[in-house]
Design a protein around this ligand. Structure first.
Ligand code: AHG
Ligand code: MN
Ligand code: MN
Length: 322
């Protein structure tokens, strides 16, 4: 086992970026502690407020957002931040090298059932051609990310992160408070027999997605000729973590009855960081038409369909969508 910082230096990462990642991780450790305390730390339950997406905010959404926001805005390396829980871009330090976007608490509906939840983050170089507080700071395709990661607050608190090299996994050592490298290189098997999708939306999908899922449900008697299994956490961070750990395919397609809402997941702070982590582990991530990391964003809180995971399975779905 190695410590986080030597490993990052070995990956040739800039010192400012290392310091910035440490800031994000400091906030995550505080969240991990509060989560582990549950009802004892008063973090369960809802607020009376809604975020810009019209979703009721949980206490932990608000607390996590505030912790990460406060720490990032005190960093000399952050020019701007964007968050699921912030309507607009928040300005940091003029001239700082990086911008950070985050989903402070992914899987909010799992908070009160002691289920899997996490924090997703992504770091881009700041743009010098637009003001620090412009939403255009974040109008960069995901392929510009210099770091993507999440912290999964499960039985262990795990950090999964890439800075453009391998996707690595670290475990929070609560005895001394550091993230220790426990899997130096995650690798997604090319083939899988496990899928992850919210089946309750079946009737709302476009026909090729319905056909694909029906094939999987038919098992040995269907076109695929083998049995598939289904797993659904209700938190992207948990579902993608399973795929990074043992393969699989995760889909969150658009619902046809909501033409103005192309899928549920947000491009900036959900789809893009997960796509980078998956690709760096040998998998694929698409919106059904193009690589997620190539999408030119049009809005800060833009939603996209997501099809990601084991290479051969994602390619099979993309063939059906042609
Ligand atoms: P968040 O808690 O940050 O709003 O994100 C929840 C997302 C994602 O984690 C998950 O895959 C999806 O919502 C599940 O939503 P449904 O239960 O509505 O399918
Ligand atoms: Mn989320
Ligand atoms: Mn969230």
């Amino acid at each position: 086992m190695q410590r986080l910082i030597p490993r990052l230096r070995a990956d040739g990462v800039e010192l400012e970026l290392i310091m910035l990642i440490r800031t994000v991780l400091a906030a995550s450790k505080e969240i991990a502690f509060r989560v582990s305390q549950g009802a004892l730390s008063g973090v369960l339950g809802s607020t009376l407020d809604e975020n810009i997406q019209g979703e009721t905010q949980k206490k932990l959404d608000v607390l996590s957002n505030q912790l990460i926001k406060d720490m990032l805005l005190s960093s000399p390396d952050v020019r701007a931040i964007a968050s699921e829980e912030e309507d607009d871009v928040v300005k940091g330090q003029e001239g700082a090298p990086y911008i950070v976007a985050f989903d402070p608490l992914d899987g909010s509906s799992n908070i009160d059932i002691n289920g899997q939840i996490g924090t997703i983050f992504t770091i881009y170089p700041a743009r010098d051609d637009v003001p620090a507080d412009s939403p255009l700071q974040f109008a960069q395709p995901g392929k510009n990310q210099v770091c993507a990661g999440y912290v999964l607050y499960g039985p262990s608190a795990l950090l999964v992160m890439t800075t453009g090299g391998p996707t690595r996994q670290y475990t929070l050592d609560r005895t001394h408070g550091g993230y220790l490298l426990t899997k130096p290189e995650l690798s997604i098997p090319e083939q899988t027999s496990e899928f992850s999708i919210n089946m309750a939306n079946f009737h709302r999908w476009q026909q090729p997605i319905k056909d694909y899922i029906s094939e999987l449900q038919m098992g040995k008697d269907g076109a695929r000729g083998r049995q598939f299994n289904m797993r659904w956490n209700g938190a992207m961070v948990g579902d993608v973590h399973r795929i990074l750990s043992r393969g699989g395919i995760f889909l969150y397609p658009a619902n046809q009855d909501q033409p103005t809402k192309p899928g549920k997941l947000r491009l900036l702070y959900e789809a893009n960081p997960m796509a980078m982590l998956v690709e760096q582990a040998g998998g694929l991530a698409s919106n059904g038409e193009q690589r997620i990391l190539d999408i030119q964003p049009s809005d800060l809180h833009q939603r996209v369909p997501v099809i990601t995971g084991s290479q051969e399975e994602v390619e099979y779905v993309l063939d059906k969508l042609k």
